[in-house]
Design a protein around this ligand. Structure first.
Ligand code: NCD
Length: 306
């Protein structure tokens, strides 16, 4: 399968075959990411982050370093020439001369797609506004596969801010390619975006609920998300839904013994720290799996594995 030179913008652009292939490549990269290699020696990754990030930027950088490559970039727009009024198109036309691959995070939904139009090197979307976060969803899938040994046949609930949360949009697109029973749990004002539901509803059955209690008994995977405070146009609207969901030991009492609890992180108060030591909690495993998945994606788009 040809991934060399490919942009990774939206999981809507991926077939099941392609996702399965990426998951398989991640598996082969796992020991290599752990011990390190010189697979990407001489290659340069640029990280252009116009929005806050801890995991996405650092895990791409860590993956690149582990594979012998190097990284350049900025972690906030304020210190780049964007501050002087440079357009994104110009920034990309410059940075592509410095780097072999670019990861971009931007508050505007169309930014990564636009960057790809101007770039001759692969563009990886590290989060586009409230739109998508494809590499996070791929590492989420990898985690599910690792923990449950399969994806088909699972009951999966996505919980929290399904309107502004970009990880759940990408994850919904990806999961719709599998035979899963997908449940969306959110407050009324934060329901899964209509355009996402329209895209996936021909492929799989989805259900919408309001309360975790309505799904907790039957789910194999519960994917918790943070209410995306910074995306609310109005503070009063945020105040109404703030703290809508809180998973604690009581919530987990009725969960299946082998239920896997995921979260893209950062968490605020939606998962109580007492849950961290339970066998359900896999969100810190997701962090390592992020290194593995990003090692695979960088190697694929740079044509170093196939
Ligand atoms: C997510 C994001 O930036 O969309 N974080 C991440 O990359 N793991 C989730 C969030 O900010 O809530």
């Amino acid at each position: 399968m040809e991934f060399k030179g490919r942009d990774i913008i939206s999981l809507k652009d991926f077939s099941r075959k392609e996702i399965d292939y990426v998951l398989e490549m991640a598996k082969t990269m796992e020991p290599i990411a752990k011990t390190g290699s010189d697979q990407l020696q001489g290659k340069i990754l640029a990280t252009l982050f116009f929005e806050p990030s801890t995991r996405t930027r650092l895990s791409f950088e860590s993956a690149m370093n582990r594979l012998g490559g190097s990284t350049i970039g900025f972690a906030e727009a304020e210190i780049s020439s964007v501050k002087k009024g440079e357009t994104l198109a110009d920034t990309i036309r410059v940075v592509e001369k410095y780097a072999d691959v670019i990861v971009i995070r931007h508050p505007l939904e169309g930014a990564a797609r636009l960057a790809a139009e101007f770039s001759t090197v692969p563009i990886i979307n590290g989060g586009s506004g409230a739109g998508e976060h494809p590499t996070q969803a791929l590492l989420d899938l990898y985690t599910i596969l690792k923990e449950k040994k399969k994806i088909d046949g699972l009951n999966v609930a996505l919980v929290g801010d399904l309107r502004y949360g970009r990880t759940v949009h990408s994850l919904a697109y990806a999961l719709s390619l599998y035979e899963v029973n997908l449940l969306f749990v959110s407050p009324d004002t934060l329901r899964m975006r209509r355009d996402v539901i329209e895209t996936i509803k021909e492929k799989i059955k989805v259900g919408e609920k309001r309360k975790i209690e309505e799904v907790i008994r039957k789910v194999d995977v519960l994917y918790m998300t943070r209410i995306q405070k910074e995306r609310f146009p109005d503070a009063a609207e945020y105040a109404k839904v703030k703290g809508s969901y809180k998973i604690n030991l009581d919530t987990l009492e009725s969960a299946r013994k082998d239920m896997v609890l995921l979260h893209p992180l950062p968490r605020v108060d939606e998962i109580s720290p007492e849950v961290d030591n339970t066998t359900h909690a896999k969100y810190f495993e997701q962090v390592w799996n992020g290194i593995v998945m990003r090692s695979a994606l960088l190697s694929l788009v740079l044509g170093e594995i196939e």
